[in-house]
Design a protein around this ligand. Structure first.
Ligand code: UT7
Length: 319
């Protein structure tokens, strides 16, 4: 049994902030940002919450799948920027789409979260525990950003993407997951609810990052994990139709393609428009590819994510 994609959906807030807007806020320029990251714009939530965006993306995926919401067994939401610690965003999505029979919970592995949630869904499906699983990645990164820190504020955006999986006989998904807690300080955002009794503050804190450290980690570990899932599947790089990577930085994706000696055209990208939406980048990209009819049944897709933790994960599956 394997989870086949029956529907995809995405939502990004309509408000757009381009690089010139940012250059009026911090000492940066459109040229620098495009050259170092490939990013031109990002969509920023104003009134929209993480659960609202998750619900919109989920609704589109469910509509496309033509599966009744009541048939959904499980909702998994990958997020690290929900507006509530509890209730979990998955329960808000359940309410929004009327998935009355579903269980639901959130999963946080920062930018790797969607890949881990997708793999969790595949594991439940292949074990025969659930048949129909909705997997969502949703983030409001703009709430976690220090808008005076040019090293981070240029990189992120907000949005959500969703994939509806239904178990079918035959096939297998090949997966891998890793983490390295020793490097936890490379990318952090402290909980806003951690009270500092000495300073009598609520401990609110923004994303802090060792940009070069994360860059080097990604360029080293992503090719390794791609090889790892290919080995499991006894497949060669040329047999993969698309490498759908976490959309953090164009230069990271170029470096991964180069290390694998693989043509960049097989690495679709949309970070120019949305920047890094953390756990939402991969499902937003899958939805765009699906909408453009780039994805056909039987094609091999290899997803790979990486981010805070440090964490990294991959899944090779048949569309
Ligand atoms: O989901 C995972 C999330 N994280 C990532 O993906 C981060 C991965 N890392 C990166 O994408 C890159 O490291 C950055 C885009 C963050 C930075 O690019 P870089 O090529 O590694 O630049 P750098 O940190 O080495 O900085 C080079 C220079 C520095 O100035 P000096 O010291 O050479 O005078 C920075 O202060 O660029 C300066 N700089 C900027 N200049 C203009 C840093 N940020 C900016 C900026 N605009 N926004």
């Amino acid at each position: 049994m394997i989870g086949k994609v029956y529907g995809t959906g995405s939502y990004v807030p309509p408000h757009v902030m381009d690089n010139d807007d940012l250059s009026r806020m911090v000492d940066t320029s459109d040229e620098w940002i495009r050259e170092r990251t490939g990013i031109s714009r990002r969509h920023i939530a104003k009134a929209e919450t993480t659960s609202y965006m998750a619900g919109e993306a989920a609704w589109k995926a469910v509509e496309q799948s033509r599966i009744a919401p009541a048939e959904i067994d499980l909702i998994l939401v990958a997020t690290s920027s929900s507006e509530t610690i509890f209730p979990c965003t998955a329960c808000e999505v359940q309410k929004r789409i009327g998935a009355v029979n579903a269980a639901g919970y959130d999963l946080n592995a920062a930018c790797t979260g969607f890949v881990h949630a997708f793999n969790t869904a595949q594991a439940y499906i292949s074990a025969g525990i659930y048949r129909t699983v909705l997997v969502v990645g949703a983030e409001s990164m703009s709430n976690m950003i220090d808008w005076s820190d040019r090293g981070t504020c240029i990189l992120f955006g907000d949005g959500a993407g969703a994939v509806l999986l239904r178990g079918e006989e035959g096939g297998k998904a090949f997966m891998a997951a890793h983490s390295d807690g020793e490097k936890s300080q490379a990318l952090t955002s402290l909980s806003r609810h951690r009270r500092d009794w000495e300073k009598e503050t609520d401990g609110a804190s923004y994303v802090r990052m060792d940009g070069q450290g994360v860059f080097k980690f990604a360029v080293r570990k992503v090719p390794e994990i791609i090889e790892e899932v290919l080995d499991q599947a006894h497949m060669e790089l040329d047999e993969v139709d698309y490498f759908v990577l976490h959309q953090a930085n164009r230069r990271i994706i170029e470096a991964v393609a180069k290390r694998l000696n693989t043509d960049l055209s097989r690495f679709p990208m949309n970070l120019e428009e949305y920047a890094n939406t953390s756990a939402a980048t991969i499902p937003i990209l899958l939805d765009e590819m699906n909408e453009k009819e780039l994805l056909q049944r039987g094609q091999k897709v290899l997803m790979a994510g990486f981010g805070a933790g440090l964490t990294w994960g991959a899944c090779l599956f048949e569309w």
